[in-house]
Design a protein around this ligand. Structure first.
Ligand code: ATP
Ligand code: MG
Length: 471
């Protein structure tokens, strides 16, 4: 991938669906497209079958459905074409702003609604924005980010049974509705990208655009041009004006992943944007104002990079307004059963396999393993286990050796513990977790009598009281 090849704009092709009854509105829209000099190849079709035929035979970025008098035909077409063209963006032109219909349209996955009551200028602006988004999604496809976006599962919900993750999620719920930037820190595979989108979905911008850019995956000049856009002729290969992600995400959220990899020059431009809320396209001289909420993720401690002179201190303080540390999986052992169950169900449906439960010892083994690759590794192990398992359950033998062998070796010890107390400790459990669980176990065995439990545990009743309050 070279810079000059990647910066060429990918024009979005527009298909306009307007049944006979909507022809007057369709003419209004094509008039607006022409008057606003929006560069787009468009085609008008009158019936759903022709629309489906066109979509099947030529890639289109945007489907504009004119539904000023009746939304039903447009909704039926949209339902029919979504499964065939997952990249397609939909815009619906409605008559009256009926809240129930607007909700239904958004619910169906249409990204924008245009209304009869909008002025020509507003319509032109909204159409141009939708086209930019369509162009962006085609570009994303082209730049090969698509795999990551496709792998993203909107149904992934954060799991927070453990105290460490409960704390992180509480912070997330507090910051999500605010306009503040968020810095998500955590080891690789801890779910930072999933949580960035979760923050967006919990914010008032949920219905607007959410875009991701990985600062570690692009060359410095491509990264700059992707973010800020560029003017025609700004550099060799810039054959057309290109709108950057900051403009495309206007009104929504931009997630800058691996911000620790951002080159110094970009850090300067980012700082300027954060302070002034406006920027210049590369080669441009007109400041552009946008309203974008920024979320950052880093898989390295940024302060260490600041101390090494690899990250600007002033930018660090600007983005570290609300840091959230996502604990590694080994520090949230209590979350493992639910994450594993969630992952298993998801994997069964993705792989089209019947749901298989886990056999004896599997969950214990999974709890005991330290998971250096965190949730991503757990996901891979479960998918692999499902694929290799022959029987009706995923067995210990279906797990990789590094997980199953230590578990087998520890097996006799775990079973013995279980036989005596009915409570096997995971080998990597934290001391305070074990202590708390043991206190509760003894307390239960003593029928809730704290004096008896304290005596049994060899501590003062006041120490027991304090320890119970601490956790
Ligand atoms: N809540 C969850 N439930 C189940 N699986 C999850 C959850 N969150 C994340 N995962 C799994 O972990 C994988 C990695 O998540 P994600 O990409 O958000 O991690 P990350 O911290 O951004 O990683 P990296 O630092 O490498 O970018 C996901 O693809 C998914 O398989
Ligand atoms: Mg990530």
């Amino acid at each position: 991938m070279t810079d000059s090849r990647s910066v060429e704009a990918v024009p979005a092709r527009l298909l306009i669906f307007a049944p006979q009854a909507e022809q007057a509105m369709a003419q209004k829209i094509t008039g607006i497209l022409a008057a606003a000099a929006i560069t787009v190849e468009w085609e008008l079709v009158l019936d759903a079958q022709s629309a489906l035929f066109r979509l099947a035979n030529q890639p289109h970025g945007l489907l504009l459905m004119v539904a000023a008098s009746d939304p039903a035909p447009a909704l039926a077409l949209w339902a029919g074409c979504r499964s065939k063209a997952a990249d397609l963006l939909g815009v619906m032109f409605l008559g009256a702003p009926d809240a129930a219909v607007v909700r239904q349209v958004y619910h169906a996955g249409v990204s924008d609604v245009l209304l009869l009551s909008d002025s020509d200028d507003q319509l032109a602006h909204l159409l141009e924005q939708a086209l930019r988004r369509a162009e962006h999604s085609q570009r994303v496809h082209w730049l090969n980010f698509k795999a990551e976006q496709d792998g993203f599962d909107l149904t992934l919900q954060p799991v927070a049974q453990s105290q460490a993750m409960r704390h992180a999620l509480q912070l997330i719920h507090k910051v999500a509705p605010t306009p503040l930037p968020v810095l998500i820190a955590g080891e690789t595979g801890t779910g930072k990208s999933v949580l960035a989108r979760y923050i967006h979905l919990q914010s008032q911008r949920a219905a607007r655009t959410f875009l991701t850019i990985n600062c570690g995956a692009l060359t410095p000049s491509l990264l700059e041009s992707e973010l800020f856009g560029h003017e025609k002729g700004a550099f060799t290969g810039a054959n057309a004006r290109r709108v950057g992600l900051l403009e495309v995400a206007d009104g929504g959220t931009l997630f800058l992943d691996e911000i620790n990899s951002a080159p110094m020059d970009l850090q300067v431009r980012l700082l300027q944007f954060i302070q002034e809320k406006r920027f210049l396209r590369v080669g441009g001289n007109q400041p552009i104002n946008v309203d974008v909420r920024l979320i950052f993720a880093s898989n390295k401690p940024l302060l260490d990079l600041v101390n090494l002179g690899q990250f600007r201190e002033d930018l660090y303080y600007r983005i570290n307004v609300f840091p959230v540390e996502i604990p590694p999986l080994r520090a949230r052992v209590d979350d493992i059963p639910q994450i594993a169950a969630q992952t298993l169900l998801r994997a069964c449906s993705q792989l089209n396999l019947p749901v298989k439960p886990c056999g004896p010892g599997v969950l214990e083994a999974v709890r005991c393993y330290p998971w250096p690759g965190n949730l991503r590794e757990l996901d891979n192990v479960i998918q692999r286990g499902l694929i290799v398992s022959q029987g009706e359950r995923v067995e210990l033998a279906d797990l990789p050796l590094e997980i199953s062998v230590p578990a087998r070796n520890a097996g006799s010890q775990l079973i013995a513990t279980e036989a005596i107390h009915g409570f096997p400790w995971p080998l990597n459990a934290r001391l305070d977790e074990v202590e708390h669980a043991w206190i509760l176990h003894v307390l239960k065995a003593c029928g809730g009598n704290r004096t008896h439990a304290a005596r049994q545990l060899g501590i003062d009743p006041s120490t027991l009281w304090r320890k119970l309050k601490e956790v």
